[in-house]
Design a protein around this ligand. Structure first.
Ligand SMILES: [Mn+2]
Length: 216
């Protein structure tokens, strides 16, 4: 079944078995996406997060910032992130997304991929505090990068370029059945900001397991 938000969005439904994936390339008009990219590049307090990978600590190959309502803490790679406060531009974007999706979001993970050497390894957004079937709204700004999904059982997959100003909604069983990544590229690419809006469940003081891959 296609959720009503996808119909309202005029989004394309991406064909992966039992997933719920909806993509709209031009959700934000180009001029607005340009302005948002400039504002967020300058105003977000970008941090270099540390990851635990195979028992070692390494720098994540990207810059990040966890932003949200008070109490919307997030734990990944065994590190607990207390949310930084909403910037006005992000609060406005959240309100629009909530209207579009008919759902609430209390946090957003911002990632900055500075060039083609920055990346995200294979993972699912399946931390316990997201609940069993999270709705994740992913907005891309800046240089287009390739995004891949692959079934956990090694079956179906797909690959698409996430455009400047695009919105990708991942819902239903998508995180349970599929992993996703953002591979490095040797091609010259402009910096990219990815905003993934989420709803963290209250009172769920979860600790994510140590994975063999990258996170988020
Ligand atoms: Mn993710």
């Amino acid at each position: 079944m296609t959720p009503s938000f996808a119909v309202d969005l005029a989004a394309v439904t991406l064909p992966l078995p039992d997933a719920s994936l909806h993509y709209r390339a031009d959700w934000l008009p180009a001029a607005e996406a340009d302005a948002l990219f400039a504002v967020l590049t300058a105003a977000i307090p970008w941090e270099r997060h540390r990851l635990r990978l195979f028992g070692r600590e390494i720098d994540a190959p990207r810059l990040s910032c966890w932003i949200g309502d008070p109490g919307a803490a997030y734990t990944y790679s065994r590190v607990r992130f207390e949310p930084r406060p909403w910037l006005p531009a992000l609060a406005a974007l959240r309100a629009r997304l909530e209207t579009t999706c008919g759902a609430r979001f209390n946090s957003v993970l911002a990632n900055l991929y500075r060039d083609g050497r920055d990346s995200m390894g294979w993972h699912s957004d399946d931390e316990p505090e997201l609940g069993s079937e999270p709705l994740i709204a992913s907005i891309s700004l800046g240089g287009a990068r390739r995004f891949r999904l692959r079934a956990r059982d090694g079956g179906a997959g797909l690959s698409l370029e996430l455009a400047h100003g695009s919105l990708l909604l991942m819902a239903g069983a998508t995180q349970r059945l599929y992993r996703h990544d953002l591979p490095k590229t040797r091609a010259p690419v402009m910096p990219r900001i990815n905003l993934t809006f989420r709803h963290i469940l209250a009172g769920c003081d979860a600790v994510a397991a140590e994975g063999g891959s990258d996170v988020n």
